[in-house]
Design a protein. Structure first.
Length: 376
């Protein structure tokens, strides 16, 4: 009797992948890359036009006053919602496409071993060179998490990314001098690296949402195992199939929270005056720093937008440490970010994340209030 032929299988369970290699004609690959190139060009055109289009629609078409609270809030809402949704789709698809046949175990083992400290530094450094706000960092954070990068390293990125970018460095240098700028960059990096240690020490990965943990369990294998026991890398078509499925699944879960979160952030952005903070937190008392952090965390701004506010608060007499703590908190966390992260993190992980930010920014604020006169 002839032996029953072996059925090729995956080296790990993966419901989203076929059990046998799919034929991969060159013609299909050519059409695929041509389509991707066209869509990428269209994506960039839309992404680069979002801000001027939002400004034109709100202030020209609708005729709202550029200095009005409603006008500022609506422009912010339109711009940030479209920007974050575009980033969500592009980054999740791109990272899923890469990791569909990436040996994620090797990457994870490299970062999780003796080089874990290097991983925190790399995560914080990558965050520092990416020009994202707290909400725009979430798609990359989600992609890194589902790629099995250790939670501490992804947290280092999530903390540092909104705090530092090259535009902020230039603006800070011009407004407050090189000493303050250097110290700001160092403490921002330190906050991310220490946060990575803390999150890994708490084994915070177990507090991710169940669907994320399920995705990690069903992550695609590095290659298929053929009948002879050899490996066969995934085809372009298989990578696309996995990336498309992953992107659709994640976007369906979080898009509504993006809109709701940015809506709240837009209201705060347009209606909360910065004078209030200088008037109520400028006394220099010890409690003013933790109070400034607590008040600022619900707000929503990016680091480029917060720097003029930082200068305004300093000129109005707010102590430098209190100002720094307030501005870093407004940049690193926000109600929109918390609402979006709620779809990724459980309440326990979110509380740990926000609690860490509150503690580290309070400590930094106290330190800068002591050292500030020597730096500016």
């Amino acid at each position: 009797m002839s032996a029953t032929p072996k059925t090729p299988g995956c080296c790990c369970a993966c419901a989203s992948q076929p059990t046998a290699p799919i034929e991969n004609p060159k013609g299909w690959n050519g059409k695929y890359f041509a389509t991707v190139a066209g869509l990428a060009a269209l994506w960039w055109l839309v992404y680069s036009s979002v801000l001027p289009a939002s400004h034109w629609l709100v202030f020209k078409v609708l005729g709202l006053d550029p200095d009005s609270h409603w006008g500022l809030s609506l422009e912010f809402f339109l711009y940030d919602t479209v920007k974050i949704l575009l980033l969500l789709v592009a980054l999740i698809y791109g990272i899923a496409w890469i990791r569909a046949s990436l040996n994620v175990e090797r990457v994870r083992d490299f970062l999780a071993g003796k080089r874990r400290g290097l991983g925190y530094f790399l995560g914080a450094t990558f965050g520092a060179v990416t020009p994202f706000c707290s909400c725009s960092s979430i798609p990359l954070f989600l992609g890194f998490t589902t790629a099995r990068i250790p939670i501490g390293i992804t947290m280092s990125f999530l903390i540092t990314s909104p705090l530092i970018n090259e535009i902020a460095v230039v603006l800070l240098w011009g407004l407050l001098g090189w000493k303050f700028t250097l110290m700001y960059v160092l403490v921002g990096m330190a906050a991310g690296i220490i946060g990575g240690f803390v999150m890994d020490g708490l084994n915070a990965g177990r507090w991710l949402q169940p669907f994320i943990l399920e995705t990690l369990e069903k992550a695609p294998a590095y290659h298929f195992i053929n009948e002879a026991g050899g490996g066969q890398k995934l085809t372009i078509r298989q990578r696309h199939s996995f990336a498309y499925s992953e992107t659709a699944s994640i976007c369906k879960r979080v898009w509504k929270w993006v809109i709701m979160g940015v809506g709240i952030g837009a209201a705060l952005h347009g209606f909360v005056p910065d004078n209030w903070f200088a008037d109520n937190l400028g006394s220099g008392e010890w409690w003013s720093v933790p109070a400034a952090v607590l008040v600022a965390i619900p707000l929503y701004s990016n680091v480029t937008g917060i720097i003029p506010i930082m200068e305004s608060l300093l000129t109005k007499g707010l102590p430098i440490g209190t100002t720094l703590a307030f501005c870093m908190s407004a940049v690193a966390a926000s109600i929109p970010e918390v609402m979006m992260l709620r779809q990724i993190m459980t309440i326990k992980l979110q509380a740990t994340f926000i609690g860490y930010l509150w503690v580290i920014f309070t400590v930094l604020g106290w330190l800068f209030n002591i050292l500030g006169p020597y730096m500016v």
